[in-house]
Design a binder for this molecule. Structure first.
Ligand code: PRP
Ligand code: URA
Length: 206
């Protein structure tokens, strides 16, 4: 299912990220802040379990998270979302998937994968700011499913219908969370109006 998180703070920060004049430092900072805000919404249905505790006033029953969370950023750009979410879920472990998109064919190519041991039993949040053709996100979900994980959510900042359709067809069990749904892909597979090349803007490589 698709969730578009229309929140004024997210929209305001995303608008600043979109601006061509926004430099690397601010781009990274707003990405980090939006990731934190998205975490709040994405985690609202996480399961809790009761636990007996003692407060200064006596015994009671509290609740703690019942399942571990694993963050899986898609390199490179997904790295920019890790700290913001980990600030909200400090116990989250982090796996990594390395994928790059061939500029001609737009097909994803894998170059790295490393996951925490308990990933199969965990709630897995796959992180990438951009959902364009959907090829990278689909490949990342395929890789995570091969570990045995069944509870998977895809977290993107900006996505378009093409990418959403690809994920919903290949992985109907995976919820997609977007900060904004954009208009279209251009002729070279970039999101319009989008953010430009997210990896380059985060790491200052162009
Ligand atoms: C970008 C982006 C996604 C992918 C989206 O990464 O971060 O991973 O493209 O496009 P898709 O939906 O059409 O697959 P890129 O391949 O440019 O690698 P980078 O993060 O290393 O720059
Ligand atoms: N990857 C990006 O970084 N930006 C896009 O618009 C599409 C893919």
């Amino acid at each position: 299912m698709l969730h578009v998180l229309n929140h004024p703070l997210i929209t305001h920060k995303l608008t600043t990220m979109r601006k061509i004049e926004t430099g690397t430092k601010d781009f990274r900072q707003y990405l980090d802040e939006i990731a934190s805000l998205m975490a709040y919404e994405i985690t609202k249905d996480l399961p809790l379990r009761p636990i007996n505790i003692e407060t200064p006033m006596g015994k009671t029953v509290g609740y703690e998270m019942a399942q571990d969370v694993v963050l899986v950023p898609i390199l490179r750009a997904g790295l920019g979302m890790v700290d913001g979410i980990q600030n909200m879920i400090p116990t989250a472990k982090v796996g990594h998937i390395g994928l790059y998109r061939d500029e001609e064919t737009l097909e994803p190519h894998q170059y790295y994968a490393k996951f925490p041991k308990n990933i199969a039993q965990s709630i897995v949040l796959i992180l990438d700011p951009m959902l364009a053709t959907g090829g990278s996100a689909k490949a990342a979900i395929d890789m995570v499913k091969k570990t045995g994980a069944t509870n998977i959510k895809l977290i993107n900042l900006v996505g378009v219908q093409e990418g959403i359709d690809v994920i919903e067809k290949a992985h109907p069990d995976v919820d997609i969370y977007l900060a904004a749904k954009d208009e279209k892909l251009n002729e070279i597979g970039y999101i319009v109006p989008g953010l430009g090349d997210a990896g380059d803007r985060i790491f200052g490589t162009k």
